[in-house]
Design a protein around this ligand. Structure first.
Ligand SMILES: Cc1cc2c(cc1C)N(C[C@H](O)[C@H](O)[C@H](O)COP(=O)(O)OP(=O)(O)OC[C@H]1O[C@@H](n3cnc4c(N)ncnc43)[C@H](O)[C@@H]1O)c1[nH]c(=O)[nH]c(=O)c1N2
Ligand SMILES: O=C(O)C(=O)Cc1ccccc1
Ligand SMILES: [Mn+2]
Length: 470
């Protein structure tokens, strides 16, 4: 893929020397290969090179680096694991990419209180493997093995959000280094309560801030007990509408379902081939999971099984063994790569709308029809329990007309979602590609209020410039 060099080289040799003094020469790089690696995330959005990449080892070093960048008005782009899908880490104005992967300590796990505190280099899989012996787990699961602080920064979710919530519900406190180097504890130092009424919700101000308000250097997170029993199942439908109707009926019946994921026929074709899913057909499909006791998971599955029958779905195919469950959910987490493989070498455009649950059957059906009428391949996959779904539009990189068709399709999806009380992004964030939609979604007063917050916390505009705001 091509990259642009930064519009102007902003980091002077004087600033590099000062950063060297804080970090040591081995923890700062201007090598093109390192800058290149930090210029793009997993999307196909345009890549821009930062001028240098720094690897701080603790909060003090982050703070000292920020003081230098603040004094020299240098752009700073926080970097977690680079798995974002909206171009959040690309250095549109050059500057300093701050890679936090060297800060990878799990600072505390409070088993009795079901919480933990992690540094920004800790990924969700690192945390969960460390927690295994405790019987606890952290449920928020974007398909990629993202950093937990990056997940806080994008307000990530995944397949378990319908039962356990998104990052918004699961972050209790954040340590944030502000643009001038000050260190903020969003809920106060050391606080880790399940609720608080102490002033503004500063924690959630930083959840979804995409590196534009400060560098998250610690996150205190809620944990859950690993369920006593887990039951996974798959069922298939003749139409998109019936699969999504069954989902809505399940939620309206109040079943505490842990996962309910939709894949359309095109996405199923991709997953069957990519992940060797035997015994499944290229049809609209739900992947389901129930958490509870042996009795309760069976009782939940019985009720949902009846709902599926009423909507003309197939019998459940159960994945009872841990190995089969892993295969199923690994296939789901690989849906992005499976979809991308349908047309090797293509450019991709992903969408992420989210609507009130009752609006979901109609909007997914309209989306499917819209894609079918176009010349493009566009599998659909969704966290339907949250009213959230994605399409991945596959575009010939050489064909400008295909790019326009994809952009128009994505725009119509967003407009349909906004018209029924939905949002242009349920979990991937705004980044660089959805800034115009954010302006439309929030309206003038909304954007102006956000801008006031940005100016108060980042008066020099050095935190991840060119993101979120137009
Ligand atoms: C295959 C696959 C599947 C999925 C996804 C990706 C891929 C490749 N994602 C998207 C992605 O995993 C998600 O956005 C993560 O939260 C990104 O975390 P990173 O650590 O990689 O952030 P990354 O380094 O990509 O940065 C993303 C943004 O956060 C900022 N940031 C990162 N770390 C920060 C810090 N410590 N402080 C301040 N700002 C910081 C960056 O500046 C940038 O704006 C996803 N997402 C999702 O919500 N649900 C899903 O189902 C999936 N599924
Ligand atoms: O798998 C998911 O849920 C994702 O968020 C990644 C993604 C994005 C767009 C299409 C397919 C998968
Ligand atoms: Mn998703």
């Amino acid at each position: 893929m091509s990259f642009f060099t930064s519009p102007q080289v902003q980091v002077s040799s004087k600033a590099i020397e000062l950063l060297n003094g804080v970090l040591g020469k081995e923890n700062i790089s201007t090598a093109e290969s390192v800058r290149d690696h930090h210029s793009r995330d997993e999307s196909s959005l345009q890549a821009f090179l930062p001028d240098c990449v720094v690897f701080p080892k603790d909060t003090l070093q982050v703070s000292e680096c920020m003081k230098i960048c603040y004094a020299h008005s240098l752009p700073v782009i926080p970097f977690g694991t680079g798995t974002g899908l909206e171009g959040g880490i690309t250095a549109v104005k050059g500057g300093v990419c701050m890679d936090l992967s060297h800060m990878k300590q799990i600072l505390s796990v409070n088993q009795e209180d079901f919480d933990c505190t992690v540094q920004p280099g800790v990924t969700r899989m690192m945390l969960n493997s460390d927690l295994r012996a405790t019987g606890l787990w952290f449920p928020v699961d974007p398909g990629a093995d993202a950093s937990l602080c990056g997940m806080a920064a994008t307000s990530a979710s995944g397949t378990n959000a319908v039962r356990y919530g998104t990052m918004r519900e699961n972050v209790m406190n954040l340590e944030v280094v502000l643009s001038n180097g000050d260190v903020l504890h969003s809920a106060g130092g050391g606080r880790r309560t399940r609720k608080t009424a102490a002033g503004y919700n500063m924690t959630n101000l930083f959840v979804g801030s995409e590196g534009t308000l400060g560098v998250i250097t610690q996150a205190t997170l809620r944990l859950y007990g690993i369920p006593e029993a887990t039951l996974s199942a798959v069922c298939q439908f003749q139409s998109v509408q019936s699969a999504v109707d069954a989902t809505v009926a399940t939620l309206q019946a109040g079943i505490p379902i842990a996962r309910i994921e939709f894949l359309d026929d095109v996405q199923m074709k991709a997953c069957i081939n990519y992940s060797n899913l035997e015994g499944l057909q290229e049809l609209s499909t739900l992947f389901l999971e129930f958490h509870g006791t042996d009795d309760s998971v069976k009782a939940q599955a019985d009720v949902v099984g009846e709902i599926v029958q009423l909507n003309e779905g197939s019998d459940f195919m159960y994945a009872t063994e841990a190995e089969d469950r892993n295969k199923l959910w690994t296939a789901r987490h690989s849906a992005f790569y499976a979809a991308s493989s349908l047309r090797p070498g293509s450019r991709i455009l992903t969408t992420d709308v989210c609507v009130p649950i009752s609006e979901l059957p109609e909007i997914i059906t309209q989306t499917k029809n819209d894609i079918s009428k176009s010349s493009l391949l566009g599998p659909i996959v969704g966290h339907v329990g949250d009213g959230n779904f994605h399409t991945l539009l596959l575009i010939d990189p050489e064909d400008e007309s295909e790019r326009k068709i994809a952009k128009d399709l994505a725009n119509r999806m967003a407009q349909r979602a906004l018209a029924v009380g939905g949002t242009c992004t349920g979990e991937h964030g705004i980044g660089i590609g959805k800034r115009h939609l954010l302006a439309e979604e929030l309206g003038q007063v909304g954007i102006q209020t956000m801008r006031s917050i940005k100016e108060a916390l980042d008066p020099k505009g050095i935190m991840n410039p060119g993101k979120v705001f137009l």
